[in-house]
Design a protein around this ligand. Structure first.
Ligand code: PLP
Length: 496
């Protein structure tokens, strides 16, 4: 019997549950052992603010962010060595140009040797946002930029330039028990309403894929097309915050019927065919530790409507970051980034990456933990309101902060409170706290870094804390409750 026939008699499908990873370890880093007591002492020293906790002492998993925390591939490490540190038009810049053209479409990166640049690289996403919105801000007064959910730095950069940042979250996002698969969508009815009333005040429409502020939920191709049609109708440029473009494309392939047979690369091309430009942090789906960018389609609405802004962008960049041909990046970073962009659209990578995050969410769910469902592409969100249901924990007790402190001290895992403290605010006049609608602790999973065993261990640790939730103490804010972006700066103490 031929080997092929023998194989055909073996059950192959069943193996899907225990599929091997599509890569193997090339190099690993051993952790330094620390005890729970040592961590607790250090955490108290830094005022229970996990941002100030030395990462060297994290013996478990670090979920503070998935931004710039990726494990690079051996190809990327090799590419670092070929970095060209020339002061203008380094080798990597042209490699990046080829790669951006290949992934997003040729018109997003014109060859600057042949004319004016329409692609600008920055050291991070927020630097690209600052450039864009400070230029847009000069166009007039009373402007509004609507979005399906502005990321916090995007929001801050827009408002810092006197423009109003409006979030039109999908109504499905707040519906309890909704099984909608594209909760990241923009509320198209409210967008229509806004445009009917004030289209002349809208310099850009923004869509964030995936919707990081909205629970990391994906946006459908249908929704993207609807926004694009509306933008065209009103002659407004349509921009994408593209940080997780590959992960969003994976969700479109899995959950939108028309795209089940389309390759990820073609889905990405299709998304960006609808847009006029995008900003991006390459620390997410650039599979890199550093990098950002602003890209305007050469024949898109932005380039046509605001040609002078592209000139201004070049001036801005030279003053603040460097020549457009290296942006804020070293030549080796550009090489690592160009190489990372090749890997990120591979289906086997995305199947594994998002599969891992989904399985992490499922594991928590199986343990009876209240997580936001469906799980998004890069993080699992624990709903702290449900977590503390039936206990005495009140909003002003900041139980999310207590939880992250306990998880880090006891088990060595670092997660991030994104709820009543991070998104809430204190009014010194009325001495009152204002609480946001959502109250999460986020576990953002770094790319290619952890194995199933690591994440299982975290789910168990969370379950142990959940079982002991009646005993968890509130915290008092001992410093910084009135500050902006306070969760990065504040200090806390457990209440006696
Ligand atoms: C991370 C992020 C940004 C900002 O990028 P940085 O590189 O961190 O400055 C903007 N938008 C979204 C959706 C992000 O996730």
């Amino acid at each position: 019997m031929a080997l092929k026939e023998l194989i055909s008699k073996l059950p192959m499908e069943d193996l899907l549950n225990v599929q091997t990873r599509p890569f193997s370890n090339h190099s690993v880093e051993f952790k330094t052992p620390f005890t729970a007591d040592e961590r607790a002492k250090m955490l108290e020293e830094v005022g229970l603010n996990v941002f100030f906790f030395p990462s060297q002492m994290i013996t478990g998993c670090d979920f503070l962010s998935d931004s710039g925390t990726t494990t690079m591939t051996s190809e990327q490490w090799a590419a670092l060595h070929t970095g060209d540190e020339a002061y203008g038009s380094n080798r990597g810049y042209f490699k990046l140009m080829e790669q951006v053209q290949d992934v997003f479409g040729e018109k997003y990166f014109s060859d600057p040797t042949a004319g004016k640049p329409n692609a600008f690289i920055f050291h991070q996403g927020r630097a690209a946002e600052d450039a864009l919105f400070s230029l847009i801000g000069r166009l007039g007064e009373g402007m509004i930029i609507p979005s399906n959910g502005h990321f916090d730095t995007t929001h801050a950069n827009i408002e810092a330039n006197g423009i109003k940042a409006v979030n039109l979250f999908s109504p499905e996002l707040k519906k309890p028990g909704s099984l909608d698969l594209f909760k990241g969508n923009i509320d198209i009815d409210r967008l229509k309403e806004l445009l009917e009333k004030s289209a002349d005040k809208v310099p850009l429409i923004y869509v964030t894929i995936t919707n990081n502020t909205g629970g990391g939920q994906p946006v459908s191709m249908e929704n993207i097309k609807q926004v694009s049609d509306l933008a065209r109708h009103y002659d407004i440029p349509f921009f994408i915050d593209a940080c997780r473009f590959a992960e969003n494309s994976w969700f479109i392939k899995k959950n939108e019927d028309a795209y089940k047979k389309t390759s990820i690369k073609d889905i990405v091309r299709k998304i960006f065919s609808y847009a006029d430009g995008f900003t991006i942090s390459f620390k997410k789906d650039g599979l890199s530790n550093m990098g950002g960018g602003f890209f305007a389609k050469s024949d898109g609405k932005f380039a046509k409507k605001y040609p002078e802004l592209l000139d201004d962008m070049m001036n801005y960049q030279i003053i603040k970051e460097g020549h457009p041909t290296y942006g804020g990046l070293s030549g080796r970073d550009i090489m690592a980034l160009a190489t990372g962009l090749k890997t990120i659209t591979k289906e086997e990578y995305l199947d594994y990456r998002i599969g891992q995050v989904q399985e992490f969410g499922e594991s928590m769910k199986r343990k009876g933990l209240p997580v936001l469902t469906p799980t998004g592409g890069h993080a699992v969100y624990l709903d702290m309101n449900k977590f503390y249901e039936g206990t005495d924990m009140k909003p002003g007790d900041f139980g999310g902060i207590s939880f992250t402190a306990l998880l880090l001290a006891a088990y060595g895992h670092r997660a991030c409170e994104l709820g009543y403290f991070a998104f809430g605010s204190y009014d010194p006049e009325t001495e009152e706290e204002h609480f946001p609608e959502v109250n999460f602790v986020r576990f953002a999973v770094p790319r290619l870094k952890y194995e199933k065993q690591d994440l299982e261990s975290v789910a168990e640790a969370v379950k142990n804390i959940y079982d002991a939730r009646q005993d968890i103490r509130p915290v008092d804010v001992v410093y910084g409750k009135e500050l902006s972006l306070r969760h990065f700066k504040s200090r806390f103490k457990f209440r006696r």
